[in-house]
Design a protein around this ligand. Structure first.
Ligand code: ADP
Ligand code: MG
Length: 701
């Protein structure tokens, strides 16, 4: 931003250094440009005047034009208020002030025509507006009569420094007056024309001072499009750049490993989604570019099989492969199921975790280096520098959001030519978010569960149905099933939470006494070995009920467990609830999820629980989650390094604009990957100007 837009706000009329400082601190607004890009959060239509006769309390903000007939102070002490009577010929509207009575009495004149603006309320058939905005009506002033008024978010500190929404509007007016004629178009002319968009200057003026609703929509569209477009352009540009810099291994062969497995070892028919995703991965790894692919698939959708078959392709091409999981339990589980899948095939697989014995560890290290091992499965232990490969061709990371950026980068560097990377996540994130957070990755989605799964039945009970819930548990156990009971744990350090868990445990032990029942407990404060032992006991059916915190959230597979009880379910986030529920429904039996809650439910908790009862679809749940919490808080995105500072667009609402912006950016990049054509000059300049914080993780996923 150059020229006038780069000027300090403190020189604006009515601003001064003190207010400027508050704006710096509270809104990060330093320059006229910053100010102009501080957009309204809502608008109120002040083009229409209501007559007093027309008023109902169903209306939001309204304005009325009338003569102030008189004013009086009523009541004493805290009840004291100033009441003005506004008459427009159709009736009388009361204007009420509880504060600033002295000031209003001195400045407002009876017998004068005013425009009063605010939200109407009713008491005993009499309408009133409390603390109205009041402007003297000036007949020839077109400014006050008939316009759409922008409103800006403010803070307590802003308000106490006399910077209300209305003041910001005045500053905007002054800033736009100065900047007019100097705001340069930030998109190439051909693109503005092609999309029939408003020019930048006109969009900025109309976003603050809309001439009419239509042009306001156009202004909003233009600014949203631009914001989303440049993020997409940046991500796709980054990807094109990476393709140019890093040639990937070319896996052209499909050989014995893959074919032998596919024709003689595959224990079930792949789902169509699995087939499609394997094709996508195969194509990517054969393209000559380094693969950076995110595989999203709901819990139980069969990602492990996709991982294994991808690994077999790498082996067919003479490369090694590693599969990393966030916990020992998960790594173990992968190891066991992959060994089972492979059966008598001559694939050399080993497991490397924190508890691998020293001697064994040394053998693994040397076998990896000599190329004696085809596939290594493990935990963070794989990241150690001592772990080196003969030729690492493919890195697969499960439950990726548990790993940080630097950890991923470490794996990436274990080969001279960077290996292909497949990250798998069971936390579905909404498409719009994936496009933004993982916009420089390719995304594959398994959107289908293996056949024969019975959808989990979910119910919501208030606490008074605990007895019935326990009866239900007894019945299920009598049928040979196992049960999870999960207690909320907001933070590992909160003593209170552990009290909940322990009291819950006591309660369960009383309701399900020995020797008929055996109960286990796991939580985050236990030593990993003790935790694993408890998990193992549950897996081996030595315990029938597992009382737990959310430590069982990730990937644990006990097909015989068919009931998930979630205590105080109103305290869990949606994606957490969904992950927990995914622990059941893995076997052939009908599974159940019971969400227990207190009677008092906030609107959001209610919506979360209703959503859980209504659907099993992780993507649908993720969409609701994003709408409830906003895109910045969605699990799996915080660690991505992308700062969410969208100024005007909203990923929960602007999906269509985003898709369009992405398509356009895509077609530009595919014609001119590095933006070298003069036609795209502005695009390149804008990308360079965009702040770095959208960038820094891109090339190392
Ligand atoms: P997730 O995607 O949660 O990692 P898993 O890979 O653990 O899912 O698969 C869940 C279960 O479904 C496993 O027992 C797996 O063997 C089984 N499975 C995977 N694909 C299929 C399929 N196409 N048909 C039947 N069962 C399958
Ligand atoms: Mg899994």
């Amino acid at each position: 931003m150059a020229g006038i837009l780069a000027q300090d706000i403190k020189f604006l009329p009515g601003m001064g250094p003190r207010k400027a400082l508050v704006l710096n601190q509270e809104l990060k607004v330093f320059t006229l440009g910053d100010l102009i890009y501080y957009f309204p959060y809502k608008y109120v239509d002040r083009t229409k005047f209501y007559t007093i006769k027309e008023i109902t309390t169903l209306l939001p903000y309204i304005q009325v034009k009338g003569k102030l007939m008189g004013m009086e102070v009523i009541g004493i002490g805290r009840n004291q208020r100033l009441v003005g009577y506004l008459n427009d010929g159709t009736g009388v509207l009361e204007l009420i002030w509880f504060q600033g009575i002295k000031f209003i009495t001195q400045t407002v004149k009876t017998g004068v025509e005013y425009i009063a603006f605010g939200k109407p309320t009713e008491f005993n058939g009499q309408f009133s507006i409390v603390h109205p905005e009041l402007d003297e009506y000036v007949p020839d002033s077109t400014k006050k009569e008939g316009y759409i008024q922008a409103f800006y978010n403010t803070s307590e500190k802003l308000k106490s420094n006399f910077i209300h929404s209305k003041n910001i509007l005045k500053f905007q007016y002054a800033a736009l007056q100065l900047a007019r004629g100097t705001i340069f178009e930030s998109m190439p002319g051909w693109l503005v024309q092609k999309l029939g968009m408003l020019g930048l200057e006109s969009a900025l003026i109309n976003i603050h001072f809309p001439q009419n609703p239509q042009v306001l929509r156009d202004a909003e569209y233009r600014l949203k499009f631009e914001e989303l477009f440049y993020i997409q352009l940046k991500l796709l540009h980054l990807k094109a750049d990476r393709y140019k810099k890093f040639k990937g291994h070319v896996f052209t062969k499909v050989g014995n490993y893959f074919n032998d497995f596919f024709y003689s070892h595959l224990p079930f028919e792949l789902t169509n989604a699995q087939k499609r995703v394997i094709r996508e991965i195969r194509k990517d790894m054969g393209s000559g570019r380094q693969m950076n692919r995110l595989l999203q698939g709901d819990v139980g959708s069969g990602k492990t099989m996709v991982a294994l078959m991808s690994a077999l392709i790498a082996m067919d091409n003479g490369f090694q492969c590693c599969l990393m999981a966030p916990t020992e339990i998960l790594a173990n589980q992968h190891f066991i199921s992959i060994q089972k899948f492979l059966g008598d095939m001559s694939v050399k697989v080993k497991l490397l975790t924190g508890s691998t014995k020293k001697g064994e560890r040394a053998i693994i290290h040397s076998d990896l280096l000599s190329g004696n091992l085809n596939l290594i499965i493990g935990t963070h232990a794989l990241l150690e520098d001592i772990v080196q490969f003969e030729s690492l061709g493919l890195v697969i990371i499960d439950e990726q959001h548990r790993f940080g950026v630097t950890q991923r980068a470490k794996l990436w560097r274990k080969n001279f030519v960077p290996p292909h990377v497949l990250v798998m996540t069971a936390t579905p994130i909404p498409r719009t978010l994936a496009m933004t957070v993982y916009g420089d990755l390719d995304v594959s989605v398994i959107d289908e569960l293996p056949p024969g799964r019975k959808p989990i039945r979910t119910v919501h009970y208030f606490e008074n149905k605990r007895a019935q819930t326990y009866d239900f548990i007894r019945n299920e156990i009598a049928e040979g099933r196992q049960i999870y009971i999960v207690y909320p744990l907001i933070s590992e350090s909160e003593k209170l939470d552990y009290k909940n868990l322990e009291e819950g445990y006591e309660q369960i032990i009383k309701a399900f006494p020995m020797p008929d029942y055996a109960i286990g407990m796991v939580h985050g404060r236990m030593k990993p070995a003790a935790k694993d032992l408890e998990m193992q006991r549950f897996k081996n059916r030595e315990t029938q009920i597992l009382v737990a915190t959310t430590v069982i959230e990730v990937g644990v597979d006990v097909p015989n467990a068919s009931v998930m009880i979630i205590e105080s379910s109103e305290r869990f986030g949606l994606s957490q609830l969904h992950q927990l529920r995914g622990r059941v429904g893995r076997g052939a039996e009908q599974s159940f999820c019971i969400l227990l809650s207190g009677f008092k439910l906030g609107a959001e908790s209610r919506k979360r629980i209703e959503t859980m009862v209504a659907t099993n679809d992780g993507f649908e749940i993720a969409e609701v989650d994003m709408r409830l919490r906003g895109p910045g808080d969605i699990e799996g995105t915080q660690q991505s390094g992308i700062a969410f500072d969208l100024k005007i667009s909203n990923l929960a609402k602007d999906g269509q604009i985003l898709q369009y912006a992405r398509d356009i950016a895509d077609s530009i990049i595919s014609q001119d990957p590095l933006l070298e054509q003069p036609l795209n000059d502005i695009l390149k300049k804008q990308l360079i100007a965009l702040k770095k914080n959208h960038l820094n993780w891109g090339s190392i996923s």
